[in-house]
Design a protein around this ligand. Structure first.
Ligand SMILES: NC(=O)c1ccc[n+]([C@@H]2O[C@H](COP(=O)([O-])OP(=O)(O)OC[C@H]3O[C@@H](n4cnc5c(N)ncnc54)[C@H](O)[C@@H]3O)[C@@H](O)[C@H]2O)c1
Length: 385
């Protein structure tokens, strides 16, 4: 079976997230890395693309050149990943969708709710895939958690607790460092810093695992380092459309915490707990019984977990493999379209433009509520009210 062609915008040499995408996309041999506009500096981007093995005529100097070049080819890329800084996502994703490409966009998908709604409409009317990289939802045991909740293993969900709290911006003496400062500057970051960067991953995880969406929220936001305009710590209470109560803590000043993403779900007949730094174990407590540790790779867990587990039980799988599972979903979605068949339902879990839009509505709701001393506000995008 011929490989699908994959292209990337952003993710240049030294970027944080570029390597994880290249590892993830290459994992199953489904995608061939065929084109890229990898850097905001055209010559550096072309040179790095060639070093990574791109043909010189497909190592582009800008995304506009890549769009024009790929549109003109019979073997144009089947999927484009957008891994540039946040403020560029909307323009690039829109242009590629309009031209008929499938897109995987990094989070946050847009800077405003209106832009998010536009991409949802555009994906719908072009019939193209507009996926959003909530890559942590690709972990095998996160998918198993979702399957366990859906099949009723813990009964009706009462409470979901999500966290994404790290300590990497905790040093007040480093707050003026330009690499840190822009994140807390509304002119560059928008209405929110820590919630928009990390909180939305935790919120997406809460929705993904429970199968419920956020209706309303109340936020307590703080700039613990006082020179910052935007928040570096937030506690968000929320309510979901299936009745679950949500609690979310996100922070960048939690000294001693590393990545700090985790999720707990408590239902009427059981509880589940998973953390991203120990992703190969899922803790399951059925009511009135002993704590069980579910290991990734045990087999026969659920179709969603079995499909996304590759390495033998007892050998750790980590973040690039979780990204790989998003790419595996997308490969299946694209092949199913090409072959005119229904896709494997266990692969139909990649986050979509609707998820990116819901996150953006939550970002604005957190900013509004935080300014109004925690007033409860509607967290749904207008098009879903
Ligand atoms: N899903 C996740 O888990 C996750 C994790 C980290 C970052 N991200 C997101 O990924 C995106 C990139 O983050 P990063 O930390 O890798 O940033 P980075 O600053 O480390 O790298 C950005 C790269 O994009 C390139 N670039 C900038 N503008 C460009 C343009 N117009 N055309 C082509 N290339 C361009 C830069 O040269 C650089 O190589 C951000 O939106 C961030 O929120 C997501």
């Amino acid at each position: 079976m011929a490989k699908l062609n994959w292209g990337m915008i952003g993710g240049g040499e030294g970027s944080q997230i570029g390597p994880a995408h290249r590892l993830g996309a290459g994992l199953d041999g489904e995608f061939a890395f065929a084109a890229g506009a990898l850097d905001h500096r055209p010559e550096e981007g072309k040179a790095y693309g060639r070093r990574l093995g791109l043909d010189p005529d497909r190592a582009y100097g800008s995304w506009q050149e890549m769009l024009a070049g790929e549109k003109a080819r019979d073997d144009r890329v089947d999927l484009v990943t957008v891994a540039t800084p946040n403020a560029t996502h909307f323009e690039i994703t829109k242009a590629f969708l309009e031209a008929g490409f499938h897109v995987l966009c990094e989070k946050p998908m847009t800077m405003t709710v209106e832009e998010g709604e536009e991409l949802v409409h555009m994906a719908s009317h072009t019939g193209r895939i507009c996926a959003v990289n909530y890559g942590y939802s690709g972990y095998s045991l996160v998918r198993h958690m979702r399957a366990m909740v859906a099949r009723g293993d813990i009964g009706k969900v009462r409470v979901v607790v999500a966290e994404f709290a790290h300590g990497h911006h905790a040093d007040a003496t480093d707050a003026d460092n330009p690499r840190v400062r822009w994140r807390y500057d509304p002119a560059q970051a928008g209405v929110s810093a820590q919630f928009a960067d990390c909180g939305i991953h935790a919120l997406h995880m809460a929705s993904f695992v429970t199968g419920q969406e956020v209706n309303k929220l109340s936020a307590d936001t703080v700039s613990a380092i006082e020179v910052r305009t935007l928040e570096d710590d937030a506690m968000v209470n929320f309510r979901m459309d299936g009745g679950a109560v949500g609690r979310l803590w996100t922070s960048s000043i939690a000294i001693g915490r590393q990545h700090g993403l985790g999720i707990q779900v408590f239902g009427e007949t059981g509880g589940l707990r998973w953390t991203q730094e120990q992703p190969n174990q899922l803790y399951y407590m059925p009511l009135g019984q002993r704590l069980q540790v579910i290991e990734r790779g045990e087999g026969n867990l659920s179709p969603e977990a079995d499909r996304t587990s590759r390495v033998t039980v007892g050998h750790a799988e980590g973040m690039p493999l979780a990204f790989g599972n998003i790419y595996a979903d997308l490969a299946e979605a694209i092949r199913a379209r090409k072959e005119g068949r229904t896709m494997d339902p266990a692969a139909n879990l990649y986050p979509r433009a609707e998820d990116g839009l819901r996150s953006m509505a939550a970002v604005f709701a957190v900013a509004e509520s935080g300014k109004a001393e925690g007033k409860w506000v509607d967290a749904r995008p207008p098009m879903f009210r």
